[in-house]
Design a protein around this ligand. Structure first.
Ligand code: CP
Length: 314
């Protein structure tokens, strides 16, 4: 699974995707930004059908794959665990095989289990796109974050992205590491020691460097962008238990006071959903001058248009 990469028909992860391939995808996505804003449509995928299998809750990813498919002229079938025969005991793999038998042109899948998209990709002939699998990867989120930064910065040389939060349980952090470091950005991972293992420094494709720290105030002066992440309580233990440490906001929250200490050009990001007043204050998340959170959402449609086009037209 660690070798998962973009192959001819599949986008299973950003791990192993070379810089030139990332740049080609980002270039293609950039060409779809006007369409993502609703200003253009296309019939590139007219008559094609995309299956969205979302076995874990989603707002942004699920809706933006649908919007992206529609803007390309494709239609979608949407399936969740509830209301499908998964609730009668049918397996995810059998579900995917049935969709393939209906002739869908691509399968987009989100699952709480790491490796589900790979399992499906090994069994079906149509393209498979990972829309987030457990703690493993969320490649289109990584690409949309990187596109958002590239649209602001042009390139990544000399840039540092501070990612703060529950890194250990974050597929978003992993996909950003696999995507940002080959493009030359340095990444600083910050959070409580239990949520930011030192082993994450090994997740780099270079030339960008990865470092780990546990003091946000020490890390912030290096930041060109700060990406705040939610604590993923649903991935803390078998029963989804656990709780947010009582001093979490004080130590790791991007509060109004902390944001005020940053130079005005430092960007603020969050993949959503946001726990306002925990990892980021509302005033910071909604700051029209430095928050690019809604740009991330718009660029998600552009990235997913590029990925669907590439997958289906291959
Ligand atoms: N960023 C993200 O994956 O959001 P959703 O869970 O709403 O899709």
């Amino acid at each position: 699974m660690t070798q998962a990469t973009i192959r001819r028909y599949n986008l299973l992860g950003l791990d192993g995707v070379p810089a030139d391939e990332l740049v080609a995808l980002l270039d293609e996505a950039e060409g779809f930004v006007a369409a993502a804003r609703g200003r253009e449509t296309s019939d590139l995928l007219a008559g094609r059908v995309i299956a969205n299998l979302f076995f874990e809750p989603s707002t942004r990813t699920r809706c933006s794959f649908t919007v992206a498919a529609n803007r390309l002229g494709a239609s979608t079938v949407d399936l969740t665990g509830l209301g499908s025969s998964l609730s009668k005991g049918e397996t995810v793999l059998a579900t995917a095989l049935n969709l393939e038998a209906m002739g869908v042109d691509a399968i987009v899948v989100r699952s709480a289990r790491s490796g589900t998209p790979h399992l499906i990709a090994d069994a079906v002939a149509c393209p498979v796109i990972n829309a987030g699998d457990g703690r493993h990867e969320h490649p289109t989120q990584g690409l949309l974050d990187i596109l958002t930064l590239r649209l602001r910065w042009g390139d990544f040389a000399g840039r540092t992205v501070v990612i703060v939060g529950d890194i250990a349980n974050s597929r978003v952090a992993r996909s950003n590491l696999y995507g940002l470091t080959p493009l030359g950005a340095d990444v600083v991972l910050v959070g409580p020691p239990a949520l930011v293992p030192a082993s994450f420094t090994k997740i780099t494709a270079g030339p960008g460097r990865v470092s780990v720290g546990h003091d946000l105030d020490e890390a912030l002066p290096r930041a060109d962008a700060v990406m705040t992440l939610r604590i993923q309580l649903e991935r803390h233990g078998e029963d989804g238990g656990g709780s947010i440490p009582p001093d979490y906001r004080r130590r790791y929250g991007l509060t109004v006071d902390r944001a005020a200490s940053l130079p005005p050009e430092v960007l603020v990001m969050h993949p959503g959903p946001i726990n306002r007043g925990v990892e980021i204050d509302s005033e910071v998340a909604d700051d029209p001058d430095r928050s690019v959170i809604m740009e991330q959402v718009t660029n998600g449609v552009a990235v997913r248009m590029a990925v669907l086009k590439r997958a289906v037209q291959c």
